[in-house]
Design a protein around this ligand. Structure first.
Ligand code: SF4
Length: 270
């Protein structure tokens, strides 16, 4: 049985056809949307902040913003796509800067917890036989007061989910399982999402019953994927962000056999 990631499972739930094209057929698209690029740059900057703290160095905000600007310039490529009309590379760069600034002002001098790791890779399983194996990356794991371990996840999206969404989230629930498998002494785990554009933390916990149920549901989903013969398209608002509209029977009527620029293939309605 292959090792699964949360992203793979989530893509299957969103749309089985997109899952097949991306993970079974391995069709690569040589582009990145700017929202994803900006998210990566912000994550890298916050990682640097906490990695330096582990070396007893507290970055100033100016230092961090200079680092953000530097990695932005170094990594920028012309294949990065800007979808929203009227917005530019500079608009997105400024948006990411604002997120870093707001986060810094809220949490500096970053002394309320001890960082255990950043971008921490987790390998874990969902059954005693270790048949259902998973991999994941935690943005930051920290030990807070009272011996509570916190799984921090940074979000740069323009959408703020509800508390109910956080309480039902699979991703950090799965990482909760991974953390407790790696360190058997960990009892209390807090899940924290930082919605940076809104300066908002969402916090959630998982009971042992919720963890058992998450394991069962995830194994069931993996079984479904493993035995799938058909991968039907599932249309939703997420189609606007899909990288395969030209290969999808529900969307390719937009193209009428024309050879179009990548921007128009990916975002035909923008
Ligand atoms: S366009 Fe929509 S329905 Fe078609 S493959 Fe992509 S996500 Fe699935």
């Amino acid at each position: 049985m292959p090792v699964y990631s949360y992203s793979q499972l989530n893509v299957y739930k969103e749309c089985p056809l997109k899952y097949k094209l991306r993970y079974r057929d391995r069709i690569k698209r040589d582009y990145e949307i700017i929202e994803s690029f900006m998210g990566t740059m912000v994550h890298e900057t916050l990682k640097k902040c906490y990695d330096n703290l582990g070396l007893s160095k507290i970055d100033t905000l100016d230092n961090l913003l200079a680092y953000y600007g530097k990695i932005w310039q170094e990594n920028w490529r012309d294949s990065i796509l800007i979808r929203k009309k009227g917005l530019t590379q500079e608009s997105y760069m400024a948006k990411g800067e604002k997120m870093i600034k707001v986060y810094y002002e809220r949490y500096s001098p970053f002394d309320t917890d001890v960082t255990i790791g950043t971008e921490m890779r987790l390998n874990f399983h969902l059954d005693d036989e270790k048949k259902y194996r998973m991999i994941g990356y935690v943005d930051r794991l920290a030990r807070a007061q009272g011996g509570v371990y916190e799984i921090h996840d940074y979000k740069t999206s323009a959408h703020l989910p509800s508390q109910q969404d956080a309480d039902n989230d699979w991703q950090l629930g799965l990482y909760h399982i991974g953390i407790q498998q790696r360190w058997l002494h960990i009892k209390d785990v807090r899940l924290i999402w930082h919605y940076l554009a809104f300066d908002t933390e969402l916090v959630s916990y998982r009971t042992p019953q919720a963890i058992t149920s998450l394991c069962q549901n995830t194994r069931r989903l993996i079984d479904e994927i493993e035995s799938a013969q058909d991968f039907p398209p599932r249309e939703s608002w997420l189609c606007s962000w899909c990288e395969y509209p030209d290969l999808c029977p529900l969307r390719k009527h937009f193209f009428k056999g024309e050879t179009l620029p990548l921007q128009q293939i990916l975002f035909p309605m923008s």
